[in-house]
Design a protein. Structure first.
Length: 149
């Protein structure tokens, strides 16, 4: 391992060990109030963000947002990512129900060629190819009129 990699990896490792040690210490203590449990959960979230988020995130900024806002949703603002959300167990379960199941289609890429909707290519799935989706099949010319049928 190069010296440059060690210089980057060592601080990250130290922070991770510190977070895990703090989390273990807090977990070992019996929670006396729901505030203790909430703080423990916030530390878990901070640890997960620090270890797994794609961009570098400051633990200090995460902690500051949690203390200022008093909630995990508030600390998520420090991540500054519109697609990152904290889901409670109930919200996660509901999301799983909403997004589970099968999504179907005919397995083709469509596009416009010469004012016609045209099959550009079948999606590379053996079953679709076996069923005979063919390149170049097109619709009737597009006009301002609504389609019939």
């Amino acid at each position: 391992m190069s010296v440059r990699h060690r210089k980057v990896l060592l601080p990250i490792l130290l922070v991770a060990v510190l977070i895990v040690a703090t989390s273990v210490f807090i977990t070992a203590q019996q929670p006396s109030t729901s505030e203790d449990a909430s703080f423990r959960k916030a530390l878990e979230v901070i640890t997960l963000i620090k270890l797994h988020y794609v961009e570098p995130v400051s633990i200090l900024d995460l902690t500051r947002e949690y203390v200022a806002g008093g909630s995990i949703q508030a600390l998520m603002q420090a991540v500054n990512d519109p697609y990152s959300r904290y889901l409670t167990a109930k919200n996660y379960s509901e999301m799983q129900v909403d997004t589970s199941g099968e999504f179907g289609g005919i397995g083709i890429y469509m596009g416009m060629r010469e004012d016609r909707i045209t099959v550009i290519a079948p999606i590379e799935v053996p079953r679709r190819l076996e069923l005979g989706s063919k390149r170049g099949i097109s619709s009737a010319p597009l006009t301002a009129r609504a389609p019939r049928g």
